[in-house]
Design a protein around this ligand. Sequence first.
Ligand code: BG6
Length: 468
Amino acid sequence: MGFRKDFLWGGSTAANQCEGAYLEDGKGLNTADVMTAGTAKTPREITETIEAGRKYPSHIAVDHYHHFKEDIALMAEMGFKSYRMSISWARIYPNGYDAKPNEAGLKHYDEVFDELKRHNMEPIVTISHYETPLAMVKKFGSWKSREAVDCYVRYCNTIFNRYKGKVKYWLTFNEINSMSLSSWLAGGIPETDSEQDHMIAAYHQFVASAEAVKLAHSIDPDYKVGMMYGGLFSYPATCDPEDVEGNEQFMKKMLFYPDVQCRGYYPAYKLKEFERKGIKLPVVEGDDQILKEGKVDFLSFSYYFTLVAGKNTEKASVECGSLVTGYNNPYLKSTDWGFTIDPRGLRYSLNLFYDRYQIPLMIVENGLGALDQVEADGSIHDPYRAEYLREHIREMKKAVDEDGVDLLGYNWWGPFDIVSAGTGEMRKRYGFIYVDMDDEGKGTLNRSRKDSFYYYKKIIASNGENLD
Ligand code: BG6
């Protein structure tokens, strides 16, 4: 009973949301660097170039690039066994298509991995997390072109060789199903492009991911390469069979991503849909074999909320910087940013995936974005975050103990405060560690412990047994 002995308790970040130093040590611009700050009500804008007077949160973020030792030490103090982070592609290949990698960028991540090792923390590395070198977008339309596959594989080859012995877990694309939701984040594809274009881009990412899995195994048989699903899970609006069917169709728009990556081929329902819509995939001879041979070793996913879908749900609409459908769930409360809070849904989603694929799972994002109040003495009392954590771990434990799900780890999103991907805000804080930085880009960047810091530490120390 209980979580495995080597359970990976930890936290997750993404380079563009925490590193800052956006032009340092030879880094090129990426798709996140031209996204302005928004709010819950005002969407972020994508600008052609960097415009004077606009605020781009990725440029400074929380300066993790220069604070990584301090941040890692604080996470180690909480007892973290793992740290999920991403490599900024444009630090390694500033344009994406360069012939040679940028040594200064490679060296930076050597230092990060060495620091993690000193603290006995396992890196879980996302190869592409919501940032694509901008030059690839301008030169050949990013993932709409097969050239992106070559660039990605070259980049993987570089990092798989360079960090052999330092990294074991790799994730090929963050929330790959975002190509059907926020395609600019997913791969530098404008949202206004056609569904055909989005499906071409997704196809190229599938091939690239499968190539990466094969390459990783050939470089180091100990490498474990996972896919990463952006946690969209929905319930039928009612028990009206039409709603149940509508919900199933809605979920299939998302589930076809893990279906391809875990099974190694496109599911029949998707191919039929393409046929009906006249969507053609840019298949090159040999691709079927690549997809088959490049199935992932495990499935990782983010989990924040559940949705409700039914007969009239065409697609998720984007509101408040989060994804919500037209239906409310009257049984659930929501966060200040409109995410429903549904711990039971975590057990449901773990079961859904484990039953469907029967491969190990890993939770690589879960968390509560909230407004925190700093008291006069500098303390931060966040019982809401501790409660959220407790309830989700309780349900996760049932999935392991009662349902037999093979779960490798749990990584909280944003263990130290970072920039929100959806809104670009700082005030939407997830951290156990407070970072003194506001939405105007002002602050000392000092780090301090919130009450939840001590709570998560206790949970980890007891391997998830002590939730009091
Ligand atoms: C996930 C992304 O979708 O959700 C993260 O992988 C993101 O990059 C996280 O930060 C939380 O969303 P937000 O909009 O609150 O930052």
